[in-house]
Ligand binder design. Structure first.
Ligand code: SF4
Length: 82
């Protein structure tokens, strides 16, 4: 049987940092919807797609972030300059 967890499950900051940006209930909801319920779900996570393409994922990117990868790169660059 296939592992239902995202390949990034053990390293993703959203899963593993207890105080990642929001309350625990929100974090748990994201984990239920995206992280631990099969490939179709984690494969639609913007954090997963960002890490797959860029090799890392900034904290401001959430599973349902609607920014494109280019917009994420631009925002990351802007934040790095401030
Ligand atoms: S937030 Fe996305 S990248 Fe992180 S473990 Fe969940 S599905 Fe994977």
């Amino acid at each position: 049987m296939e592992d239902p967890n995202c390949p990034n499950y053990n390293s993703c900051r959203l899963v593993n940092l207890q105080d990642f940006k929001f309350q625990d209930t929100t974090r748990k909801k994201y984990i239920e919807i995206y992280c631990s319920t099969g490939e179709a779900n984690w494969n639609s996570c913007k954090r997963y797609l960002t890490k797959k393409t860029l090799g890392f994922c900034p904290d401001f990117v959430l599973p349902d972030t609607t920014l494109s990868l280019n917009e994420i790169i631009e925002k990351f660059d802007e934040e790095s300059l401030t």
